[in-house]
Design a protein around this ligand. Structure first.
Ligand SMILES: NC(=O)c1ccc[n+]([C@@H]2O[C@H](COP(=O)([O-])OP(=O)(O)OC[C@H]3O[C@@H](n4cnc5c(N)ncnc54)[C@H](O)[C@@H]3O)[C@@H](O)[C@H]2O)c1
Length: 389
């Protein structure tokens, strides 16, 4: 198996920075690459500040932030950065053409043994790797945000990835520290849109789009809609703003192309996207974020549109599809990955004795929304998924 010492991270925004920091903390040599010096400098400064904070908290026994940062290099030139790379993690924008260009340049310039990994949230590892002459060495390595706090890393097989490359990726990811406990490495056996965690939660967005559009048509306010959510969890509209309307819009279009047209963004989300009302990042989305995270006023009352029983049934159905398609072979992996990647209890275990009831809920939802994607899959209907522990 390839001995990984030198890591190159390409695209050091939110995710690349996180991956680079934990790799430095694990003792790897890391080169940060982005398109402009100012982006690389910003990432370097961010990682350095994060390391100093941890040092002040006594997190590094016998070592200093400066010790780790001594192994960190900066570059804006992929070709030269890749010359002695053992592993590359790509975390550039979620755009297939940009990712392919990065992979091609890496392939042309990296040593033959170097593994090329993508942190894409949704896209095909096989397609990204298709531009290289080392498709056996292209894998997915999907981190969750923030990398230092979320335990899950999905390591993904493209159609041509070798076991050796995937195992090397898993071994590497397992060495990366996490402040919230042991890393959970989910082996994703097949390349499918959204892999495991994002795939299971993705179709809830179809329901959310339905609810957003219905609330608007019925003249309900977003505050009322959010009051339909139970306390504790981030309510639907606040969460959509937090994730970013553009991220939702692009993701939904990708799933619409690859899974079902039912994923196409709804009227509300499309209008917001077209008007540049993108949520927290632009200060305005469903809510005004100029004074920080909004808190829906309970006194506004409820819209009585969003029903929690539907997302639960939707996620169970999708978990069964993940098993049916061979993306994972155990329902426990679905639950554990969801908890480690999103701090969200998985839909599988609580439904071990509930398949029949959830099939009814899903049929009711198809009737309500007209969305065929919610039809219960064969594995759920048969109840046989329960045996796939
Ligand atoms: N944000 C999340 O919660 C999250 C979680 C998991 C995975 N991801 C995935 O990680 C990737 C990055 O997401 P992000 O949120 O960190 O985005 P980001 O916008 O914060 O960072 C992307 C970085 O890539 C750089 N970049 C763009 N084109 C480049 C190129 N050709 N060469 C080098 N650098 C380039 C940009 O300058 C930017 O610094 C995406 O594929 C995204 O889907 C995001």
């Amino acid at each position: 198996m390839v001995d990984i010492k030198n890591l190159v991270v390409i695209g050091v925004g939110q995710m690349g920075m996180g991956a680079a920091q934990v790799a430095l903390m694990a003792g790897f040599n890391v080169t940060l690459v982005d398109i402009k010096d100012e982006y690389v400098d910003k990432a370097y400064a961010g990682i350095d500040a994060g390391m100093k904070k941890l040092e002040a908290k006594g997190a590094f026994q016998g070592k200093t932030a400066a010790d780790f940062m001594a192994n960190c290099k900066k570059s804006t030139d992929i070709a030269s950065a890749m010359k002695d790379a053992d592993l590359m993690i790509e975390a550039v924008v979620e755009d297939m053409d940009v990712k392919k260009k990065v992979f091609k340049t890496c392939d042309d310039n990296a040593p033959a043994h170097c593994i090329l990994a993508s942190n894409t949230s949704t896209m095909s590892i096989t397609e990204i790797g298709s531009v290289t002459n080392r498709q056996d060495k292209v894998i997915g390595m999907h981190f969750f945000n923030p990398v230092i706090l979320m335990r899950c890393v999905e390591v993904i097989y493209g159609e041509k990835s070798s076991d050796e490359s995937v195992n090397a990726g898993m071994e590497f990811a397992g060495k990366l520290p996490c402040l919230k406990g042991e890393r959970y490495i989910a082996k994703v056996l097949k390349d499918g849109p959204g892999f495991i965690v994002n795939r299971i939660t993705a179709p809830v967005q179809i329901y959310q789009n339905y609810v957003f559009d219905k609330a608007e048509a019925e003249g309900k306010t977003w505050e009322q809609l959010d009051n339909d959510s139970p306390g504790g969890a981030m309510p639907t509209c606040v969460l959509a703003d937090f994730v970013g309307i553009d991220t939702l819009f692009h993701g939904q279009n990708y799933y619409a192309k690859t899974l079902s047209p039912d994923f196409a963004p709804g009227k509300v989300v499309t209008k917001m996207f077209n008007e540049g009302i993108l949520g927290a990042k632009t200060g305005k989305g469903f809510y005004d974020w100029s004074k920080g995270r909004p808190k829906p006023d309970r006194k506004a009352g409820k819209a009585r549109l969003y029903k929690l029983k539907y997302p639960l049934a939707i996620m169970l159905n999708e978990g069964c599809r993940v098993l049916e398609e061979g993306i994972a072979t155990s329902w426990k992996v679905c639950d554990d990955a969801l908890m480690a990647g999103m701090n969200m209890p998985g839909p599988m275990k609580p439904n071990l004795n509930n398949s029949e009831k959830q099939v009814e809920v899903l049929n009711e939802l198809v009737e309500l929304t007209g969305k065929k994607y919610f039809e219960p899959c064969e594995l759920l209907k048969s109840g046989k998924w329960v045996e796939m522990e």
